[in-house]
Write a protein that binds this ligand. Sequence first.
Ligand code: CA2
Length: 160
Amino acid sequence: MDAPHGRGIATGRAMGLICIFNGPNLNLLGTREPEIYGRDTLDDVETLCAEKCRELGHAMRFMQSNSEGDLVTWIQEARGKADAIVINPAAYTHTSIAIRDALSAFEGPFIEVHISNVHARESFRHHSYVSGIASAVIAGCGIAGYGYAIDTVARLLGHD
Ligand code: CA2
């Protein structure tokens, strides 16, 4: 239900910005490996996130890149602007100290999301460079995990 009891800008409450960052190959979502990632596309993920942010009265920035440097730059740019980050670093989860270092410099909470249950897959997906500094980690819930992450961010920010 939409803003029946004081949610969002209609009531004059300041909207916090949530940045949602997606790593390499997530632009292919819905085109291959539906048994692992489902049939939803990245556009569907963006729509889900936009609806959840609107419901909770947050502004949203949703981005995807196949480049590690883009992700590092966007995380740096979120400093002082975003209230929280939701990130699916995709394969960089398992390789990137640079993304971990950028996230450690972000002052707000961040949540790591994986569509699949990485722990039930190949052993190289069991280690994450970012989980140890994340406020929460969500894996194996499909694209619904992004919505759970936004709910969790709103609770952590005291905006739920
Ligand atoms: O489960 C997740 O969300 C992952 O972050 C997805 C990454 C994978 O490397 C991580 O281990 C777990 C892969 C994203 C690529 O997604 C594709 C989707 C369809 C076709 C090809 C790739």
